[in-house]
Each structure stands twice: as structure tokens, then as C-alpha cells.
Unconditional design. Structure first.
Lengths: 295, 238
């Protein structure tokens, strides 16, 4: 055990770890929001509710179908993503030509409805979800204790973020997506089914939220409000990173998680507001966000 | 010039709207396989709207557009593209977020018989040199135009719609585009061209249609050009 700036290493690295964990969720969720905003021009306010649905779906699979965490991690993104596809087909596709405000209001309403339904059925105290047996315990690194599950969350989230970035920025499919974001009419006139691509993109963004929800289930309680608590911070992350920027969402997500964690060590009173202070500063200096392109 | 074959593209009583504004008021013309046909007319006559209507990217359209005998008026633009029609827009439509190579490979192959990358580079040697370039929109105007034409040659589309491919380009580039269009015609492509540059059009076209106020008002072959010079001057104000 040693000290840095008068802070015991356990406390510093402990908060750094919590920062990285939170950052993993910020990154996954803001990535989903960025993908959806880039392609659909919709500010998906239901993202937090879809994250919560992911956690609940994992809970249901475990308790009613006997399918463990690993099954949930694979199945839940598809299940909740399919729910997203239905939402897009039924509602969102009617809004693309209108102002952002309509999409925001619609998804906000959806979020309230989804949350209300879950609160009505499961209360608001939260349900437990245990850490999968293979990831219980932890490693003593000498300067700190690292729980295995938390290490896994950071690695898995990084992997998913980097893969998503790779697919969008470096593959043919990603080139189609980027082109359709820029000029959907022309891309469609090349013979690419853009509406289907938009639907699947929304489904994918929602699936990312659900994936984050499954990963969150063993760390936070599975509760109907878990998404709405997180989503406000995630929106701040998206604004700081730049609306629609893939890399911006990932880097800012992890970065702000760490900054938030460090603030808890050095100036705990500001830890809940530091992200919003940064957001205000970024909005004043670079309104398009750190990684955003000027429209 | 009489051509008794069924036309590759037959447009009949085509009417188009952008929102409330009625742009095309019954356009009629036909393009036969292997031809280069040019739509002439002043600004606002409806030439670009005609191409966009064929491609299915105007808001509302009625009438009949038959391609290879099949009606396409009710189809969405991706289905029309898959039938074998490709579009090179006036503003070129090069994507800033895509590299030159990604831009070139973006339009999917819809039919067999498209050009290979090697054949495209033989037509546009500049493109091959610029392939590693990071951003499609960093190319010069001429190179962007070559990229915009080159990318639709891969797809196997048999009918190419080119909207003012020479606009804003240097004379030497215009010559190269003219050479390319003649080469494409030799390779069996059918081309419907919109041009303001009548001198350029006269070096590549087999036939012309003149548009005015959203209608085709005149059609003639290249051989009748001299006889029609007076009328043309009246229509185009050149």
C-alpha cells in the first residue's frame, strides 16, 4: 500500500476502477445513441428504458427460463433489439422528415411508458442478479483488489465499442451506413435498401443498450429506474463527444467515467456535477462537441 | 431516324411534382439500346427532374416509365436501380465521409456485365492514382466527376443517366469525359445525358430532345442538327 498526493492507493485505484466501470456503460450507451442519431436523426430518449429492459430480460431468462448470464448476454440484445425494430417500424419511421423535437418527444413518452409498466409490475426496490459463477472473486494486484466481474465489464465493453467502431469506419457495410447518413436519397438510388438499413441500425443501437443492461445487472440492482438515472449523464457524454460521432462517444464515455471517478477522490462534492460542468464548458467553446463535425 | 425496335426506355405522359409545385407536365420520349440521347433545354425546363423521375427520387410522379418493357413508375428508387438504371447526379454526390475507394465501391453490383475495376481505371487513369486518397471530396472537380461516373460503371446497369457531367470543368477534362462517353457507347452502354453545353453534346449524342416548361417540345437526330440550328437557337437562347 502506498500513497499518491496523500491519497491511499487503494482509494485512488478503487475510484479509478469505478470510473472505468461507469465509463464502460457511458461508452456503450452513448455509442448506441450516436449510431442512432447519425443514421436516423432521432435523439433516442428511450435508450435508458431499453438498457433497463436489457437488465430485466436477463433477470427473466435466469429466473423463468433457467438461462444463465452468458445466454442472456447473447440472446437479450437480439430480443430487445427486435423490440426496437418494431418501435422503428411502427412509430419512428413516420418522424424522419420532421424536426428532432418530435423524435425526442416520442421516445421520451415511450421511455415513460416502458418505465411505468415495469414499475407497476415489479416495484421500484430492485431485483437481485448474481454475478455469474465463473466471474466471482477477484485478483489482488498488490496496490488494489480487482473484482473479476468488473474487469470483464471493462474488457467486454471495450471490445464491443472497438468492434462497432471498426465495422462502421472500416468495412463495406460501414461505408454504406456512412454514405446513407450523408445522402440517403442517392444511396437508395444506387440500389441499396436504405429504409431497411435504418431499421436495422435502430435495432442495433437498441441492442447495444440492452447488452449494457445485461452487463449492468450483476453490478447495479435490476430496477425500473436504473436507465433514467444513467441516461441524463449519458446525454451529457454525447453532447461533450459530439452528436453522432462514433469515436467521440467511445473516448468521451470512458474518459468522463475516469474523470468522474478521480473527482470522487480529490473533490467528492463535485463528483455528481463534474460531467455537467464539463458539458457547459464544451458547449461554450466547441458547440459541436469535442469530436463533432460542424454541421 | 426511324427505329422500329422496342425502346430500352419509354417515357409516356410523365408528370412530376416537388411538394406542391408541378414540374413535369407530360413528358414523352424514348431511348433505344446503345444510343446516346441528350436532353437539351434552358434552366428550369425539367431536364434534371426528368432524370430524377426516371430514377424514382422525386416526391410524386404519374404516367409511364417503361424500362426493358417493365413499368417502373410505381417502384422505389432502389428497385429501379436494381432493374439496371444508374444515375450520376449533377452535384456528383461524392461522399465526404468515404474514401475514394469506398466511394468507388459503394454502388452494389446489380447485374452481371459491369466493368471491372481495371476497365474503369483504363478509362480514368487519374482515379487509380488517387485511390489511396483519404476523402472523396478532396479530389479536384474533374476527378470527382470521373469518380461519380466510374462508380456506376461497375454495377452492370445498362442505362446510365448523366446529369450535366461537364458542368464547371476545364476544357481538357470535358474532352476526356467526351472520349469516355464515346468509349462507353462502343461498349454497349445506353446513355441519357442532360447537357447545357450544346457543343459538347453534339460531339457525343445520336439524338436530342428539347425540353421546355416541363415538356419535350422537339426531337431530332444528330444528322438533322444543321437544319434545326435556327429552332434550337430559339429554344435554348444560345
Amino acid at each position: 500500500m502506498f500513497e499518491i498526493f496523500g491519497i491511499p492507493s487503494q482509494a485512488l485505484f478503487g475510484q479509478l476502477l469505478i470510473g472505468l466501470i461507469n465509463g464502460s456503460f457511458y461508452a456503450l450507451l452513448s455509442l448506441g445513441l450516436a449510431v442512432i442519431f447519425g443514421m436516423l436523426n432521432i435523439i433516442n430518449f428511450a435508450h435508458g428504458a431499453q438498457y433497463m429492459m436489457g437488465a430485466f430480460a436477463a433477470f427473466f431468462l435466469l429466473n423463468y427460463a433457467g438461462l444463465n448470464y452468458w445466454f442472456a448476454l447473447v440472446l437479450v440484445p437480439f430480443m430487445v433489439g427486435a423490440f426496437g425494430v418494431v418501435i422503428e417500424r411502427l412509430f419512428l419511421q413516420r418522424l424522419y422528415k420532421l424536426d428532432h423535437l418530435y423524435g425526442l418527444l416520442l421516445t421520451f413518452g415511450l421511455a415513460l411508458i416502458i418505465e411505468g409498466v415495469f414499475r407497476n409490475n415489479f416495484g421500484s426496490s430492485g431485483l437481485p442478479y448474481r454475478v455469474p459463477p465463473t466471474l466471482q472473486g477477484g485478483q489482488n494486484l498488490g496496490f488494489m483488489f480487482l473484482p473479476n466481474y468488473r474487469a470483464w465489464v471493462i474488457v467486454a465493453s471495450l471490445l464491443v465499442c472497438i468492434s462497432t467502431w471498426y465495422v462502421i469506419e472500416r468495412t463495406r457495410l460501414g461505408a454504406n451506413l456512412r454514405a446513407a447518413t450523408e445522402n440517403p436519397t442517392l444511396v437508395r438510388a444506387f440500389g441499396i435498401n436504405v429504409p431497411r438499413m435504418i431499421t436495422l441500425t435502430y435495432g442495433f443501437g437498441v441492442a447495444l443498450a440492452a447488452f449494457a443492461g445485461v452487463m449492468a445487472a450483476p453490478i447495479y440492482n435490476v430496477s425500473p429506474q436504473m436507465g433514467s438515472h444513467l441516461i441524463i449523464v449519458v446525454f451529457a457524454v454525447v453532447v461533450i463527444g459530439g452528436m453522432g460521432s462514433i469515436l467521440g462517444a467511445i473516448v468521451t464515455g470512458f474518459g468522463l467515467g475516469v474523470i468522474e471517478g478521480l473527482t470522487k477522490v480529490f473533490f467528492p462534492e463535485a463528483s455528481n456535477t463534474v460531467i455537467f460542468i464539463i458539458m457547459a464548458i464544451v458547449l461554450l467553446i466547441r458547440p459541436a462537441g469535442l469530436f463533432g463535425r460542424r454541421a | 431516324m426511324l427505329d422500329t425496335r422496342a425502346p430500352l426506355l419509354a417515357v409516356n405522359d410523365l408528370q412530376s411534382w416537388y411538394g406542391e409545385s408541378h414540374i413535369l407536365h407530360g413528358v414523352n420520349f424514348a431511348v433505344h439500346e446503345g444510343e446516346v440521347v441528350t436532353l437539351l433545354g434552358r434552366n428550369g425546363a425539367g431536364k434534371t427532374t426528368t432524370l430524377k423521375s426516371i430514377m424514382g427520387i422525386v416526391g410524386h410522379r404519374t404516367g409511364s416509365i417503361r424500362f426493358e418493357g417493365h413499368e417502373t413508375i410505381g417502384l422505389q428508387s432502389d428497385k429501379i436501380a436494381r432493374a439496371g438504371i444508374a444515375f450520376c447526379p449533377e452535384e456528383r454526390g461524392i461522399f465526404a465521409s468515404l474514401t475514394v475507394e469506398e466511394n468507388l465501391l459503394l454502388p452494389p453490383v446489380v447485374k452481371p456485365g459491369g466493368l471491372s475495376l481495371e476497365q474503369i481505371f483504363a478509362l480514368f487513369p487519374n482515379l487509380k492514382e488517387r485511390l489511396g486518397s483519404s476523402q472523396g471530396t478532396k479530389l479536384s472537380g474533374g476527378e470527382q466527376q470521373m469518380l461519380a461516373i466510374g462508380r456506376i460503371l461497375r454495377t452492370g446497369a445498362r442505362l446510365l443517366l448523366l446529369d450535366e457531367p461537364t458542368e464547371g470543368l476545364a476544357p481538357v477534362i470535358i474532352q476526356q469525359i467526351g472520349k469516355t462517353i464515346r468509349a462507353l457507347k462502343e461498349q454497349g452502354f445506353t446513355i441519357l445525358l442532360v447537357e447545357q453545353n450544346f457543343r459538347f453534346a453534339s460531339t457525343v449524342a445520336d439524338r436530342y430532345y428539347v425540353m421546355e416548361h416541363g415538356r419535350v417540345v422537339e426531337g431530332f437526330a444528330n444528322s438533322e442538327l444543321d437544319a434545326k440550328a435556327g429552332t434550337l437557337q430559339e429554344y435554348l437562347g444560345v
